[in-house]
Ligand binder design. Structure first.
Ligand code: ARG
Length: 455
């Protein structure tokens, strides 16, 4: 491609280190779209003839078909997707092909393709997140009043509903969707026409190519256009944050499905057996989703390290951007799909959850609150009284709502029969009517909100 200046061919090792075709072939369709837009603009601006433009477009159609059919012969000697396509175009339409690269460089070409690719990846991530939200929503709707232990420090804290717990993840994944939407919006500017780094003397129209490719505008600065990869970092950051969120759900699933908890049962379709222990039902998908978080963060760190300290404008270091982004995209997409399937298929054991919620005196706060409201004690004192009553219940091996009144009165003589109204799990949950609280009526309000949003 650049034989003019070179007498000798490249060292053999160059054919190992240089090529990106093995991975950047994933941008073939974006590359063809970019070339079509560029070609039409060149003809419109009379930089190339109408005839040549039609020949190029005809050739690109054939290339597209060959790639889709799997008959296109990719060559590592031709380094990357851009040169592979251009070379095949030359075989197909001859001299006209050589005019396509007028007023363009691989530096603006590659990053145009890459922005288009990441834009699609953002849309896929948003879609995957929405599917996962829908699966969580469906379970939350069924279990808006199902009691479960709420934990802090992994110790029983206060009873909550399973629906409320699931909707917490629906919220998280909504923010993740927002991050991908922001990323997609911010990256949606066209670098095409920046050429190698400084722009071009040809009378190109960058607005035309920007519009054709669905970009909001042409990038203002040609150096920035070819050098910037913060859009890819932003995508990887969104993937990383999403992965940390989904890993928490994955961890809960691992815990909830182990027999010691038994809160949920994963379907056969989402569990694997053991080669030695016949009884096993391993939550492999959840573990893998949790484990892949490290990999996605690694992708972010790897690209951030490539870009750090890199002087303007283009440097081939930047070729390292794509594998990290492709890897993260593949990882988050498979994780989202597996999680959505796992959630949709899981069955919930209400009875086990309820029994677990009874352990650990989770209505002790309600007892303290009753003492505050009915006996007009300061909360700190009420806290102390409730603590002493919990101690008695523990010794008597009884839950608070089964502890005889005289036991409580031994601690605080002012306590009356009325206290039992607040000591059951249902009473505790129903009382948490503050905005965003776990009361089933409040959870139902959240469900109404999400039903509209997830339509
Ligand atoms: N394969 C290159 C990349 O992925 C394309 C641009 C190369 N430009 C160059 N002058 N070597 O970044």
């Amino acid at each position: 491609m650049w034989g003019g200046r070179f007498a000798a061919g490249p060292a053999a090792i160059m054919e190992v280190i240089t090529p990106s075709i093995d991975f950047d072939k994933r941008m073939a369709m974006q590359d063809i779209a970019g070339s079509r837009a560029h070609c039409r603009m060149l003809a419109l601006q009379q930089i190339i003839s109408q005839f040549d433009a039609e020949e190029i477009l005809r050739g690109l159609d054939i290339v597209e078909r060959e790639i889709k059919d799997g008959t296109f012969a990719f060559s590592r000697k031709l380094e990357d997707i851009h040169l592979n396509i251009e070379n095949r175009l030359k075989e197909l339409v001859g001299d006209a092909a050589g005019r396509l690269h007028t007023a363009r460089s691989r530096n603006d070409q590659v990053v145009t393709d890459f922005r288009l690719w990441v834009r699609e990846a953002c849309a896929r991530a948003e879609e995957g997140l929405q599917e996962l939200q829908r699966a969580l929503f469906a379970q939350a709707e069924k279990h808006y009043a199902t009691l479960m232990p709420g934990y802090t420090h992994m110790q029983p804290a206060q009873p909550i509903t399973f629906g409320h717990h699931l909707l917490a993840y629906v919220e998280m994944f909504y923010r993740d969707r927002g991050r991908f939407a922001d990323c997609s919006k911010r990256l949606n500017e066209s670098p095409l026409g920046a050429a190698a780094l400084a722009g071009t003397p040809y009378p190109i129209d960058r607005d035309v190519t920007a519009k054709t490719l669905g970009f909001a505008r042409a990038m203002r600065n040609s150096l920035d256009a070819v050098s910037a990869r913060d859009f890819a970092l932003e995508y990887l950051a969104a993937c990383t944050i999403m992965s940390t969120n989904i890993s928490r759900l994955a961890a809960e699933i691992v815990q909830w499905s182990t027999p010691a908890f038994g809160f949920i049962r994963l379907s056969d379709a989402f569990t694997t057996g053991s080669s030695i222990m016949p009884q096993k039902r391993n939550p492999d998908a959840a573990e893998l989703i949790r484990g892949k978080t490290g990999r996605v963060l690694g992708d972010f760190v790897a690209l951030a390290s490539v870009v750090k300290g890199l002087v303007l404008a283009y440097g081939t270091d930047l070729q390292e951007d794509k594998e990290r982004v492709f890897d993260a995209a593949d990882t988050v997409e498979v994780s989202l799909a597996a999680m959505a399937g796992m959630i949709a298929d899981a069955s919930v054991n209400d009875t086990v959850m309820r029994t677990a919620a009874e352990a650990g005196f989770p209505t002790a706060t309600d007892l303290a609150d009753w003492v505050v409201v009915k006996l007009k004690k300061p909360f700190r004192e009420a806290h102390h009284i409730a603590g002493a009553i919990v101690k008695r219940a523990e010794d008597a091996r009884l839950t608070l709502d089964k502890l005889p009144l005289k036991e409580m009165q031994a601690v605080e003589p002012g306590i009356t029969e009325d206290v039992y109204k607040v000591l059951s799990l249902e009473a505790s949950v129903n009382a948490r009517m503050s905005y965003g609280g776990t009361a089933p009526d409040r959870v139902r309000e959240q469900l109404y909100f999400w039903r509209e949003k997830l339509k």
